[in-house]
Design a protein around this ligand. Structure first.
Ligand SMILES: *Cc1c(COP(=O)(O)O)cnc(C)c1O
Length: 380
C-alpha cells in the first residue's frame, strides 16, 4: 500500500465485537484473566492497551518499521531511548537540536554518567572525527530546529553501521510523510507525535519505531518499567489526527513555500532559513532526502535584536504566538527565548541562532491571510 492509504489503514481493522470502524477508547487499567496469566494479550494497561496498540501499528506502518512503542510525550520517548544505554556510554548528537532534548541529555543523563557531545552533523568529517571508542548512539535531528539545516541521514547511517553504532533520527520536524529515516538506513526513528502526527495541537505524545527487534525489546522493557505511557484517549486523538497527515502536510508545505518566497524578498528580513529555497546550503540534499521541503521556516531580521523580534511577533493576528509546531493553525515563536531558552547564549550564537530569529510553523489557513498578517507585523 502507498503512503496515503497506509495513513488511514495501516494496522487498523474494525473492532471485533461491534465492527466499530475507529478503535474504541479502551479506558481500563486492567483486564480479566481466565486463569493466572491466561489472558487475551493484555494484562495491565501500563504494559499495553488496545487503543495504544492500534496507534503503534499505524505509526509502524508509516515509518515502515516492524514495531513501534508509544509514550506519553516526545521527551518520554527520547528518555526511553537513552535509558537503553549505560553509564560510560557516549552519544554523539547534532548541535542544532530541540532544546528539550539538549536539557534532557545534559541535565538528567550527564549526571548519571552518560556522555554527550554536540557537533555540526552537516559535516560528515566532523562526525567521523568525533566518534569515540565508547560512542554507542548517533543522535540526528533533521531538518534541525530552528535553523532548518539538513543532515544527510543515509551518510550518517552508513557511517554508524560501519562502526557498529546505532543511529537514531528525531523525525518530528519532517513527519513520515516527508521523510522515512529507516528506509535511508537509520536504526531508530523517534517522534514527538504532539506535532505533525497529532496535527491539531490538542494532545502530547511520543513514539519510537525500529526494525531492530533486539532494540525494540529494550524499549518495551522501558515502557513497562519506567512507565511513561500515553492514555487511551490521547492515543485515540493521535490516531485520528494521523488519518489526515498527508492532506494537512500537503497544504502546509504549499503555504510554506509561498511564505518563504515572500519573506526572502522582504526588505526588513535579513535571512530566511527554508530548505525549499535555492539559496539554502543543502537545497539539493533536501530535495533528495525529503519528499518536499516542509512547513517550518525561520528568519532573522535586519534589525537583529530581541526587542524587534518581540515587536513583530506580538503584532500578528492569524499567527498565534506559541511554542510547538505541526498543527493546522499557524504559530510564531522566538527560539532564543522560548524553545531554546535552556541552551547557553554562547552555544546558541555559535550555532547561528541569533537574537532576532523568528520561527514559523505554517498551518493550513489561506496563504493570502498568512502573508497579509506577516506583512503587517513586519511593517509595524
Ligand atoms: C516537541 C519536540 C520534542 C519533544 O516532544 P514533546 O512531545 O513536547 O515531549 C522532541 N523533538 C522535537 C524536534 C520536537 O519538536
Amino acid at each position: 500500500m502507498k503512503f496515503n492509504t497506509r495513513a488511514i489503514h495501516a494496522g487498523q481493522k474494525p473492532e471485533e465485537t461491534t465492527g466499530a470502524v475507529m478503535p474504541p477508547i479502551f479506558q481500563t487499567s486492567t483486564y480479566a484473566q481466565q486463569a493466572p496469566n491466561v489472558h487475551k494479550g493484555y494484562d495491565y494497561a501500563r504494559v499495553g492497551n488496545p487503543t495504544r496498540t492500534a496507534l503503534e501499528h499505524l505509526i509502524a506502518g508509516l515509518e515502515e518499521a516492524t514495531s513501534c512503542a508509544c509514550f506519553s510525550s516526545g521527551v518520554g520517548a527520547i528518555d526511553a531511548i537513552i535509558k537503553t544505554l549505560k553509564p560510560g556510554d557516549h552519544v554523539l548528537s547534532t548541535n542544532d537540536l530541540y532544546g528539550g532534548s539538549y536539557r534532557l541529555f545534559t541535565s538528567v543523563f550527564e549526571p548519571y554518567g552518560i556522555e554527550f557531545s554536540f557537533v555540526d552533523m552537516t559535516d560528515l568529517q566532523q562526525v567521523e572525527r568525533s566518534i569515540k571508542t565508547n560512542t554507542k548512539l548517533l543522535w540526528i535531528e533533521t531538518p534541525t530546529n530552528p535553523l532548518l539545516r539538513i543532515i544527510d541521514i543515509q551518510e550518517i547511517a552508513e557511517l554508524s553501521t560501519q562502526r557498529g553504532i546505532l543511529s537514531a533520527v528525531d523525525n518530528t520536524f519532517a513527519s513520515p510523510y516527508l521523510q522515512q529515516p529507516l528506509l535511508l538506513g537509520a536504526d531508530i526513528v523517534m517522534h514527538s507525535t504532539t506535532k505533525y502526527l497529532g496535527g491539531h495541537s490538542d494532545v502530547i505524545g511520543g513514539a519510537v519505531a525500529s526494525n531492530n527487534e533486539e532494540f525494540m525489546e529494550k524499549i518495551r522493557f522501558q515502557v513497562k518499567t519506567s512507565g511513561a505511557v500515553p492514555g487511551p484517549m490521547d492515543c485515540y486523538l493521535t490516531l485520528r489526527g494521523i488519518k489526515t497527515l498527508h492532506v494537512r502536510m500537503e497544504r502546509s508545505v504549499e503555504n510554506a513555500k509561498v511564505i518563504a518566497g515572500f519573506l526572502d524578498d522582504h526588505p526588513l528580513v535579513e535571512h530566511v532559513h527554508y530548505p525549499g529555497l535555492q539559496n539554502h546550503p543543502q537545497f539539493e540534499l533536501a530535495a533528495r532526502q525529503m519528499k518536499d521541503s516542509g512547513a517550518m521556516i525561520s528568519f532573522s531580521l535586519k534589525d537583529n535584536t530581541t526587542e524587534r523580534a518581540f515587536q513583530v511577533m506580538s503584532a500578528t493576528n492569524v499567527f498565534t504566538l506559541a511554542e510547538s509546531l505541526g498543527g493546522v493553525e499557524s504559530l510564531i515563536s522566538h527560539p532564543a527565548s522560548m524553545t531554546h531558552g535552556s541552551i547557553p547564549k554562547e552555544i546558541r550564537e555559535k550555532a547561528g541562532l541569533s537574537d532576532s530569529l523568528i520561527r514559523l510553523s505554517v498551518g493550513i489557513e489561506d496563504v493570502e491571510d498568512l502573508i497579509a498578517d506577516l506583512d503587517l507585523a513586519l511593517s509595524n
